[in-house]
Design a protein around this ligand. Structure first.
Ligand SMILES: Cc1cc2nc3c(=O)[nH]c(=O)nc-3n(C[C@H](O)[C@H](O)[C@H](O)COP(=O)(O)O)c2cc1C
Length: 358
């Protein structure tokens, strides 16, 4: 029988034709005191994984949803951007907040500050490839300096009583794939779980993610390992888990405009069966609820503007994409945005995709 080894990951034999075995996974994982179930996790994405989107993804099956990164620099904590990023009111536990920065003592302060504001898990960003993260060479740029990585991780772990997780890439570039070294440092410094995006920093988001380095890291560590990069379907999630032995999959871009991917993946991992895609009425209702949450969270003007981005993602795989975008851009108020979206879907459901395109 195929077996995936991992502290808490188990496989079962699937009732299948004689001689053919298909693994399916009962997936749960522990991060400190928190049981994460299912182990299908929303990746942190700046400008995307805000509170409304995290709540939606959790409702649709994500076992954990990591916040957008928040700067460790206290000079920016009072900006409206930071205040919305640090707002976790009403969010289901465990609340995981990502911090970014380069100075150990400042990162320690930021961790404490976020715990005081509701964070139950602190995630450290060493995965973001942007040239400058929060006005400093933070994110995956830090992976070049292994001593500094150890100093930052130790400072943060020692500063808070909550579990600390770390997110990294496989290295700086193809010649410096030092993620296994960083992984060892992380475990030795007390990190509770490690997420690895299967790309080097210089790849940015180009090329394809590789999972061999994640498999090596998983084989070395006792702490849970989360596999990330290019996972966009239930079958791919199962394949990555099989290949790496990781304890969880972390989904980023594939969740944009498709928040139901979490239940699709967890259902497939648990049963070996694919859920049917959501119908138009369900997509309409999910989308209207998402828009309403964005309007309420950001206020009318910003809410409508931020919602346009999400509307575009929901539309990206639809044949009537262009008409839907026209709807998106026409609306200037929350009421109008909701009404046009609702009318548009109702027309689609009635089989009239051009009814409100003009
Ligand atoms: C728009 C966007 C914003 C991102 N912001 C962050 C971030 O704030 N912190 C971080 O660690 N990674 C960030 N990432 C990287 C993702 O967490 C993830 O590692 C990457 O997208 C690969 O996973 P995917 O192929 O499933 O998208 C971001 C990615 C995107 C596309």
């Amino acid at each position: 029988m195929p077996r995936i080894d991992g502290a808490t990951l188990t496989t079962h034999e699937h009732p299948a034709p004689a001689g053919f075995f298909m693994p399916h996974y009962t997936m749960r994982m522990q991060i400190g005191p928190y049981r994460i179930e299912p182990n299908v996790i929303l990746a942190p994405m700046a400008g995307v994984t805000d509170k409304p989107f995290r709540q939606l993804c959790k409702r649709l099956g994500a076992g954990l949803a990591v916040s957008e990164m928040t700067t460790s620099d206290p000079r920016f904590w009072n900006t409206s951007k930071s205040r919305t990023r640090m707002d976790h009111d009403g969010e289901p536990a465990p609340i995981s907040v990502q911090i970014a920065g380069t100075v150990p003592a400042i990162m320690a302060d930021a961790a404490r500050h976020n715990v005081d504001h509701g964070a139950q898990i602190i995630d450290i960003n060493m995965g973001c490839p942007a040239k400058k993260v929060c006005n400093a060479w933070a994110g995956s740029a830090l992976m070049r300096d292994e001593a500094l990585v150890a100093a930052i991780v130790s400072a943060v772990v020692n500063a808070v009583d909550v579990p600390v997780t770390l997110k990294i890439r496989t290295g700086w570039n193809a010649d410096h794939r030092n993620a296994p070294v960083i992984a060892r440092i992380a475990e030795d410094c007390g990190v509770a779980a490690l997420a690895v995006h299967g790309r080097t920093r210089d790849q940015q988001y180009t090329g394809t993610a590789e999972y061999d380095t994640i498999a090596v890291i998983k084989s070395m560590l006792k702490i849970p390992v989360l596999a990330n990069g290019d996972i966009d379907s239930p079958q791919k999630a199962a394949e990555v888990l099989r290949h790496t032995g990781a304890d969880a999959v972390m989904i980023g871009r594939a969740a944009q405009g498709r928040p139901w991917i979490f239940r699709e993946i967890s259902h497939y991992l648990a049963t070996g069966e694919l859920l049917p895609p959501p119908g138009l009425p369900e997509i309409r209702d999910i989308l209207l609820g998402h828009l309403g949450a964005l309007h309420a969270f950001y206020g009318e003007v910003s809410g409508v503007r931020i919602a346009r981005k999400h509307l575009g993602w929901y539309a990206k795989d639809r044949p009537e994409n262009a008409a839907f975008r026209a709807v998106v851009n026409a609306a200037e108020t929350p009421e109008r945005q909701l009404q046009l979206t609702s009318d548009y879907f109702d027309a689609l459901i009635a089989g009239d995709s051009f009814a409100i395109a003009a």
